[in-house]
Design a protein around this ligand. Structure first.
Ligand SMILES: NC(=O)c1ccc[n+]([C@@H]2O[C@H](COP(=O)([O-])OP(=O)(O)OC[C@H]3O[C@@H](n4cnc5c(N)ncnc54)[C@H](OP(=O)(O)O)[C@@H]3O)[C@@H](O)[C@H]2O)c1
Length: 355
């Protein structure tokens, strides 16, 4: 008899209410894959788009959404040697995370960093990976440059704020409510702008005396159009996403006049095209976590059966940081695994020094 698991299924396209908590067959790890017993699953804007059938990829129905998870490896597929059963991990899975078990390619799975809870780890790999790739490879952000982050209290936005600060930039964080501004100021933004109250261009002129060097834009639409007029000479305008539901338009003469670049960011494709660089980015992010520079803020944790409410919260633009769905209570086993991994690494270092 096939073993079943609890999961949240999308059987028809629609809003968050289209999701149905239920049961389905437990997945098996194929060659090069691992199966993760899920502790927590981070909710992201692409989940809304996937459920609505409006994402660039349209998985066949029914499917299980959920693109970021933390948990414990419970099965290794053929050929996987770098990970072990019982190891605490986090992974950007794209789909399948809103379930008790998910299968992922071993290359997309990372050891759980010490210092992050299961919920924080489930809110990390996709959004911080995207923001790091955007700012480091795509924008080549330099210390002392000015970075404008739109939708800055959202998932990719807050990651860009924290990474921008860690890279030595002056970070201007823009969002749509005064509560979000207070949240951003408390998390290190050098200045915060409420773009529902003031015109972005004037606010930036007042804050900088000119323009900005890099724009991180996960919102698009009208805000993109305004930001495209606020770049300095040699600037970089990062196209990250379109949470507003509308795609901005760039009059090409603006890029000519300021000598600036429009730069696309597609983290999923980057990971496939440049896996070695993506792995190096993951290591750099782990060092920033260890140095205490990065920590995903958790807005609210929902139980698995309330996953539709977690997506609805994101849709209403209420979230500051991330919403996470708690799937299994694996915290003690995950902490024990991280301690074991640290001891293992310390042992290797000690034997290198003594040898
Ligand atoms: N390029 C890539 O590789 C990549 C990777 C991950 C995500 N993305 C894309 O980036 C975008 C943002 O993702 P995210 O995870 O940061 O989302 P998020 O956590 O929901 O944040 C998006 C922010 O956009 C703002 N917003 C403006 N108009 C909105 C609307 N009509 N509905 C919802 N939010 C609106 C909200 O801030 P205010 O209320 O403060 O305005 C919200 O905080 C999405 O389009 C996603 O698909 C792209």
């Amino acid at each position: 008899m096939t073993a079943t698991m609890r999961a949240v299924l999308c059987r028809r396209h629609g809003g968050p209410e289209a999701l149905e908590p239920g049961a389905t067959a437990m997945p098996q790890a194929g060659p090069g894959q691992v199966r993760i017993r899920v502790a927590a699953c981070g909710i992201n804007f692409p989940d809304l788009l996937l459920v609505a059938g409006r994402y660039q990829d349209r998985p066949p129905l029914p499917f299980i959404p959920g693109g970021e998870v933390s948990g414990l490896i419970d099965q290794l597929g053929a050929g996987v040697t770098a990970l072990r059963v019982g190891q605490a991990v986090m992974a950007a899975t794209m789909l399948g995370g809103l379930a008790e078990y998910v299968v992922a390619p071993a290359g997309d799975v990372e050891p759980l960093p010490a210092g992050l809870s299961a919920e924080e780890a489930a809110a990390f790999p996709g959004v911080y990976g995207t923001a790091y790739h955007a700012l480091v490879q795509r924008a080549q952000l330099q210390p002392g440059e000015t970075l404008l982050v739109l939708g800055a209290a959202g998932g990719t936005g807050i990651a860009a704020v924290q990474i921008g600060k860690a890279l030595g930039a002056r970070v201007l964080a823009a969002a749509g409510s005064d509560d979000k501004l207070a949240f951003l100021a408390a998390r290190g933004a050098d200045a915060a702008i409420n773009y529902r109250k003031v015109a972005l261009r004037e606010a930036l002129r007042a804050a900088t005396g000119g323009g900005v060097d890099v724009v991180f834009d996960p919102v698009g639409g009208e805000l993109f159009d305004q930001a495209a007029r606020c770049l300095n000479w040699n600037g970089r305008l990062l196209v990250v996403g379109f949470a507003s539901g509308s795609i901005g338009c760039l009059p090409a003469n603006l890029a000519l006049l300021k000598g600036y670049a429009l730069v696309g960011v597609y983290y999923g494709r980057f990971r496939k095209e440049q896996p070695v660089l993506a792995a190096a980015n993951a290591r750099a992010l782990r060092e920033l976590i260890a140095a205490g520079r990065l920590r995903p803020p958790i807005h609210r944790i929902f139980p698995l059966g309330e996953a539709p409410a977690a997506l609805a919260c994101l849709q209403r633009r209420e979230v500051m940081g991330k919403v996470v769905v708690s799937v299994g209570d694996l915290g003690d086993d995950m902490r024990a695994s991280v301690e074991y991994q640290d001891a293992l690494e310390d042992g290797v270092e000690a034997s290198v020094f003594s040898g």
